[in-house]
Design a protein around this ligand. Sequence first.
Ligand code: SS9
Ligand code: ZN
Length: 342
Amino acid sequence: MKTVFSLLHSRRAVKTELDGGVLIEPHEKPSRAETILARVKGQALGEILEPEEFGLDPIRRVHSADYVEFLEHCWTDWLAAGKPGEAIPAVWCGRGMRARVPKDIDGRLGYYSFAAETSISDGTWEAARASANVALTAQKLVAGGERAAFALCRPPGHHAHADLFGGYCFFNNAAIVAQAFRDQGAQRVAILDVDFHHGNGTQAIFYQRRDVLTLSLHGDPDLVFPHFLGFEDETGEGEGEGYNLNLVYPPGTPYAVWSQGLETACQRIAGFQPDALVVALGVDTFEEDPISFFKLKSDDYLTLGQRLQRLGLPTVFTMEGGYDVDAIGVNAVNVMQGFDRG
Ligand SMILES: NCCCNCCCCCS
Ligand SMILES: [Zn+2]
């Protein structure tokens, strides 16, 4: 399987993540991508390509123009306001307040985000743009005939809404890939999110649409991030009713249980008969992940890859979460190797 990777991911090197009332070293750090890349090379998974430049149009097919504009200028606006630290949102449009875009950078940071753990600094814009180019290059490979391709994206994307960043995500790479397939003539696309956390952004982007089926297996939002979306009664709206599936699991969930949900999701995908499949691949479902509570083991990712291959669909994998950096390479590449072996 070919991998797409950009060294520009390392431009995303914020020093802070607000966690537990303190600023910690971010979980979503550059070594994540380096560890996965080393494993791709070590396992000779396949050719490694740099991304092509696709510009802003494919991004704006998913994200609003004002949100893209905000992200491009956020850091310089923050500096111009004389702020001493990294850009961190600290005020939001609470219930009963007015959802309008303030002029002030603090107000705009809150307007365009849903969580405070995702600091912004110099280079975040470049890295997010490169991550979307990585995903679009993988999509081009698959649209061009490759059975599957691995978009080694960093920063991740599945928490990003059309005009909201958070959960370490800025551009929703999986959604951008799905929309690119649609814009190139695919009638139906499925996005399967296997990250530990609910793919709230992906769900929201396609919630009223029936051309893109969104499915997510994840930790109970009552207990974990993103908390305010991802429950099983969220099945889509309007045209999209019936085209969103959430499968929620409790602390300690092992592969034996989780894989039953995977089977349910795979059968739903098969029934939908999509022209392409996008897998939002997070490996924070791993038993040692520092911020999650499932108990998948490294071999389970081989089995996961094999099951996904049996769907027989052109497939783009977008790298999402996974924070046990020692194991993230083995676990992510196991999915690809399981898929390749089929
Ligand atoms: N105490 C950890 C809180 C983490 N909150 C954000 C999680 C984002 C996961 C992205 S896959
Ligand atoms: Zn996650």
